[in-house]
Design a protein around this ligand. Structure first.
Ligand code: HEM
Length: 500
């Protein structure tokens, strides 16, 4: 009764708003949208801490940049995620973070890595293309999310660590690492609202027992990758074949670990590997999944994108003096040959000409950001620009999923999927990173943004040039609550080949 006029979640002694948050757990992102659209900042007291959710760009800039030092990942986040992410770049602050950031930034800026990535992304996109071709001829349904997760896992392992794991092979082999990684990700996310997780862990029961098992599978895979890379590096050195030197990210960290001054152990390398897997695999695959869903459910977007790709193909082929191969929709060989030819026209520079495609991906990330909410710790009491007081020891969370849906950020058509909002006179126009926060902003802004766009544009250009997608009837499309905004039941599709 006391709270009948209270804006924001109802709170109770001791348990705070845990009850309401638990009841809305499966739809938590939309639960926050409802409050944030009215309040811009929502304070949610929990049993041992307080979560403050923010969606106003001025507050977000304050937390992510102006007073960055006061909002680290923090001890709470670190303790929840440590079992999976250890001391990798995502999960540390201070010097440990700075060192990894410096090395990784250097790697991401390298042209070698970009050129190598382009080749890898093209090759795996084509592998996916041929799986879809086969499915379309056999009139089979596919789970697009699963295929994209396989594609990005294979890609990050190749680009990040120089190894081929082949989960996108035509037989689609089961991959225990990928399964264990997903399970672990879901369980560590639940820890944020489960006050009993430490007890469960102590007793080794329920979700925490399953987590321990999953971590064992993950570690076995990861240490294996590290061992293989170390052995390959040793072999390359012994044979003095400089042409065989690899430029992947793990090799760079292995080299650093050889410096006696460095404190990098095998465990540090394990953490680095897993942080890059979580960074590079799930984010890109879920964004691609939502993008395909958005394209196929917005007919005008699908048509515009198809026209852009067709025109690009003709102009680019003319510029490169290539005559396009004829193809027959009923003949898989000629169909695949033409896809390979189309893919050969795609590289970092030429993909830069596809503004509409860029806008489609960005608009997808506005409404379906791969990282839907991102909590930070609070070191000292502070006052946010809108006057909200935050207390040391609590958490403040910027919420990309809500921010993308707020009319006060994007205008009255905020809820609509409209890639055109990103285009001005045909060219792509960026928004402030404190308003469009899908890649975070400030000193810890995503390091893989350009690489992710490169892969996503490569894959979507090839897929949308040659296929049309439709949802398997009655397939439910709904997000699952985990750190990444994946689809709970995958994305089950029927595939049709597109005409010349
Ligand atoms: C659509 C694709 C992607 C999205 C939406 C995305 C988004 C983000 C976000 C929100 C963060 C901040 C997370 C945090 O606070 O913990 C982040 C950090 C990071 N991302 Fe990405 N990311 C994407 C792809 C990638 C890829 C492909 C890579 C590399 C292979 C990558 C590497 C990183 C790294 C290393 C960080 C940590 C930066 C730091 O803490 O200094 N990301 N990304």
């Amino acid at each position: 009764w006391n709270q009948r006029n209270k804006k924001g979640p109802k709170t109770w002694p001791l348990i705070g708003a845990a009850l309401e948050q638990l009841m809305n757990y499966d739809r938590m992102h939309d639960w926050l949208v409802e409050y944030l659209s009215e309040l811009r900042t929502v304070v949610v007291p929990m049993p041992f801490t307080t979560y403050t959710y923010i969606a106003d760009p001025a507050n977000v800039e304050h937390v992510l940049k102006t007073n960055f030092a006061n909002y680290p990942k923090g001890e709470t986040y670190h303790s929840y995620m440590e079992v999976l992410l250890g001391d990798g770049i995502f999960n540390v602050d201070g010097e440990l973070w700075k060192k990894q950031r410096k090395t990784a930034s250097f790697e991401f800026a390298s042209k070698n890595l970009r050129d190598f990535s382009t080749v890898v992304f093209r090759e795996y996109s084509l592998q996916l293309h041929s799986i879809l071709t086969q499915a379309s001829f056999q009139n089979q349904e596919v789970d697009m999310q699963d295929l994209l997760m396989r594609m990005t896992l294979d890609s990050i392992c190749k680009v990040g660590f120089g190894v081929e794991i082949g989960t996108l092979a035509p037989s689609l082999p089961d991959n225990s690492f990928a399964r264990a990684f997903d399970t672990a990700n879901i369980i560590v996310t639940v820890r944020f609202i489960d006050p009993l997780w430490k007890l469960k862990k102590f007793l080794n029961v329920g979700s925490e027992a399953l987590l321990e098992k999953s971590i064992k599978v993950i570690d076995e895979f990861t240490y294996n990758v590290i061992r293989r890379r170390k052995a390959e590096i040793k072999e390359t050195r012994e044979s003095c074949k400089t042409s065989k030197i690899k430029h992947d990210i793990l090799s760079r960290f292995i080299e650093l670990s050889e410096d006696p001054e460095s404190s990098l152990t095998d465990k540090s390398l394990r953490d680095i590997v897993l942080n890059f897997v979580i960074a590079g695999r799930d984010t890109t695959a879920t964004t691609l999944t939502w993008a395909i869903y958005m394209i196929m459910t917005n007919a005008h977007v699908a048509e515009k994108l198809y026209s852009e790709l067709k025109e690009f193909e003709e102009v680019q082929a003319r510029e490169e003096k290539i005559s396009l191969l004829p193809f027959d929709l009923k003949d898989p060989e000629s169909f695949n040959r033409r896809a390979v030819q189309f893919a050969s026209l795609l590289n970092y520079d030429s993909l830069g000409k596809l503004y509409y495609l860029h806008a489609v991906i960005t608009e997808t990330l506005r409404l379906y950001p791969a990282v839907p909410q991102d909590p930070k710790g609070i070191l000292e009491n502070d006052i946010l620009p809108d006057g909200t007081k935050v207390k040391a020891g609590g958490m403040v969370t910027y919420v990309p999923y809500s921010m993308g849906r707020m009319e006060y950020n994007w205008g009255p058509d905020a809820a609509l999927f409209r890639p055109e909002r990103w285009l001005k006179e045909g060219s792509f126009q960026n928004a402030s990173p404190f308003k469009f926060t899908a890649f975070q902003a400030g000193p810890r802004i995503c390091l893989g943004k350009d690489s992710a766009y490169l892969q996503m544009k490569m894959a979507l250009a090839i897929l949308c040039r040659f296929f049309k997608f439709s949802l398997v009837p009655n397939h439910p499309v709904k997000y699952r609550m985990m750190t990444i905004l994946s689809m709970e039941k995958g994305l089950k599709l029927k595939i049709a080949r597109q005409s010349c």
